[in-house]
Structures are given as C-alpha cells and as structure tokens.
Ligand binder design. Structure first.
Ligand SMILES: [Zn+2]
Length: 221
C-alpha cells in the first residue's frame, strides 16, 4: 500500500473508491510536478540562451539571407556569399577555401569555416569585442583553437593557431591581436588537420558547431 492509498483509507472504507482516490491523487501530484518543473527550468535557463541575439538590423539581414538557404540534415546548401558584412577580417590574407561543400578544395565534405592564408605566422585579430570562451588543442581537426563569445551575440572560432596571446575568460577588444597563424605540419605546433599554414575561421550563432554560418556574411569587403 502506498502513501496515497493510506491517505485514501481515511476517507472511505470502499476498496474500489480508495483505489480511485489514490489514482486521482497520484495524477494530481504528477501534473503539478510537471508544471513546477517547467516553470523552474524556464526561470533557471542560462541568461545567454535567452538574450543571445544579434542586433536588430543584423538579425533581419541574416534572416533574409537564411530564408533563401536550403538545408539538408541541418547543413546549409549554399554557394558561399561574397563579403557583405561589417566586421574586419581576422587575418589579411587570401581566401584559400570558402564555407560550404568543398568539392573544389579537394575534399568532398562540408567546410564549416573560411580558410584565410598569408603563408606566414601573421597576427590574427578579434573581429569584435567579446570574452574568450574556450582555448583547446584538438589534435584531430582544429589543432590549437580559440573560441570567443562576442558582445554582438555571436561566436568566432580561430583554428590551427601557432600561438595564442589570450587566455580563457579574457576580455578582448575589436582589433586586438589574439593569436598567430599556424598549421604548417612539422613546423608549427598543434597544426591539427592542416596541410599548410592558414587560419580556419568560423562564425557560430552559439558555442556549438552545428550553428556555424558563412563568415563572409559578417566580414567587410
Ligand atoms: Zn578550414
């Protein structure tokens, strides 16, 4: 006999009614637990998950762009746009591989960032104000990388770095030197999956890699 049945015993002697009362009580408790749980999870959701948005004009512009993109398995099927944004380039080099399906870059897979190269260990800058969210070494792909959470509501990731000048939690300013270009196997430390010196640059809507967008939508001409 569970607690609800014991309580029901006080109300009636009928076994059948006791069962019914007990079931109604259990149902009521579950209902309120679910409602309370939803309210609590809403109230305690991370602040950045609720307020993580681009400024209004940027949201509208990107919305218009994204509305015309066909998605397959959550991956945008687009030819990379030309630079149409307002942010400075993280590295002044040549684009060696755009964002999108990179049949042309020698591999038949999806490239979630923009490759920019000078062939040197040149400085890489933060394209906007923000806070360094993560610095890691990913030997299989990104090598040494930095993920920054920007005040404007998006994230940038710089990969295959030879060296970083920042640490996690640091505030960075737009234009501030954050790292050096790397990625030359056998020469630069932590190249990751890279065949030559370049910056792999991503823009993400969240910290998660499934939210990547074409960086050329953000960078100026
Ligand atoms: Zn790349």
């Amino acid at each position: 006999m569970n607690a609800f049945e014991k309580f029901a015993m006080r109300l009636t002697r009928s076994r059948k009614r006791r069962k019914t009362i007990s079931h109604v009580l259990v149902g009521t408790v579950i209902f309120f637990a679910v409602v309370l749980g939803s309210v609590i999870s809403l109230l305690t959701a991370p602040v950045d998950a609720r307020s993580n948005s681009f400024n209004k004009d940027e949201t509208e512009r990107l919305g218009a762009v994204q509305a015309n993109i066909e998605y397959r398995n959550g991956i945008p099927m687009i030819d990379s746009a030309e630079a149409t944004g307002i942010y400075p380039w993280p590295l002044n080099g040549v684009v060696t591989c755009k964002y999108g399906w990179r049949v042309l870059c020698g591999e038949n897979d999806f490239h979630g960032g923009l490759d920019i190269s000078t062939g040197e260990n040149d400085p890489i800058i933060a394209i906007a104000d923000g806070v360094v969210e993560r610095i890691r070494i990913d030997k299989k792909s990104y090598g040494l990388y930095v993920l920054i959470k920007h005040d404007d509501g998006f994230y940038t990731l710089c990969a295959h770095l030879a060296k970083t000048y920042v640490k996690e939690g640091d505030r960075v300013k737009q234009g501030e030197k954050i790292a050096l270009e790397g990625g030359e196997p056998g020469v630069d430390p932590y190249p990751g999956r890279s065949t030559g010196r370049h910056l792999h640059f991503e823009i993400r809507q969240t910290a998660n890699s499934n939210s990547r967008i074409d960086p050329l939508l953000f960078l100026n001409k």
